[in-house]
Design a protein. Structure first.
Length: 348
């Protein structure tokens, strides 16, 4: 294994590398890689954390893990720590995609390849982005709600963080679809910073001012608990057969979301593939270390690699709409919430 070049890393890094020998592999030959978990306060990211060690073992990778807790400054510190540890590559999911360029430059200076998963940096190069088409998330939610509302009415969109490419993409996809296909539906967009408490507060305010709201699109499962509590307080957390029902589309496909669909508390979700994010982030990290290259086009795992810009390829994995009946909504197919192919139905 190559040793990490010291470059512009601090004297402290030099000292620690000298002490540990700068090795990029363990005594048994497993390749040492770093994975930064972006947060541990949602079911989705906790699931990703559970999947990662198993796929690392399958690929012959030894893990050094950190957790940046949705803080870009913490991510920068964690990246420095992983350099000190002598990792051969890093997988990360920066939640603030506008502020990661310095971190990527630091890793590039050490010739450490980076794979980002779930998010794509706004600037800077990475070896591969492992993600799904987040604009399509918004469009799928739009198609479902547009059909259920009969093309007219009011909906609230509980956005994520617009400093994140995911928040922007989901918002743009939803709004563009509504404007084109359901112009008689009024959308109230509310930014939440992926925070469930903020989401609940803003949903409460919207329902108080507009009690005739009949649809909710929450861009993250982090908004689920608080939003359902608000609906219960408003007396509208009722089954879909009741005229008071407010149609809810979530996002992530966690086990809880699938149960809530089956119980009629929410109506749909988009299953963001936590298992495949873990698998293919590590797959591409190993490929980077081995010097492999990829081109835009179809893959052998039912996804498509697209060129985002020079220096950035993105493997867009499948993320299906999930509903109670597995029906098709204005041309958008869905899977039933009890479908065994969904990761949320297979998590131990």
């Amino acid at each position: 294994m190559r040793r990490i070049g010291l470059g512009a890393v601090s004297a402290l890094v030099v000292t620690v590398l000298g002490a540990c020998g700068g090795s990029g592999s363990d005594p048994e030959g497993a390749t040492l890689v770093g994975v930064d978990y972006p947060r541990s306060d949602t079911d989705f990211w906790n699931a990703f954390t559970q999947y990662t060690p198993g796929f690392a073992e399958e690929l012959g990778l030894e893990l050094k893990t950190t957790n940046s807790r949705n803080d870009v400054a913490k991510l920068a510190t964690n990246s420095q720590s992983l350099i000190i540890e002598g990792v051969e590559g890093v997988a990360m999911a920066p939640q603030n995609t506008a502020a990661t360029a310095p971190i990527l430059r630091q890793l590039a200076e050490q010739k450490i390849p980076v794979v980002t998963l779930d998010t794509r940096p706004d600037t800077g190069d990475v070896y591969m982005v492992v993600r799904a088409d987040n604009r399509a998330y918004g469009e799928k939610a739009c198609r479902f709600l547009g059909t259920k509302l009969g093309g007219e009415g009011k909906v609230v969109m509980l956005q994520g963080d617009l400093a994140s490419v995911n928040g922007r993409d989901r918002t743009e996809g939803f709004n563009a679809c509504m404007k084109e296909h359901y112009p008689r539906i009024k959308v109230f967009g509310e930014t939440t910073n992926w925070d469930g408490t903020i989401a609940a507060q803003k949903l409460q305010a919207n329902l108080t001012e507009n009690p005739d709201i009949k649809g909710i699109y929450m861009q993250s499962s982090s908004a689920l608990s608080g939003s359902l509590q608000v609906l219960k307080q408003q007396g509208v957390l009722v089954g879909p057969e009741d005229e008071r029902h407010v149609f809810v589309v979530a996002n992530d496909g966690t086990p809880r979301e699938l149960r809530e669909i089956a119980e009629g508390k929410i109506d749909a979700t988009v299953s963001q593939p936590a298992d495949l994010y873990a698998k293919y982030a590590l797959y591409y990290l190993r490929a980077a270390i081995e010097g492999k290259t990829f081109k835009p086009g179809g893959t052998d795992h039912d996804s498509t690699i697209v060129r985002i810009r020079d220096g950035v390829l993105e493997d867009q994995l499948s993320a299906p709409l999930v509903t109670a009946d597995g029906g098709t909504y204005d041309g958008e197919p869905s899977l039933r919430s009890d479908d065994k192919s969904l990761w949320g139905n297979n998590l131990d």
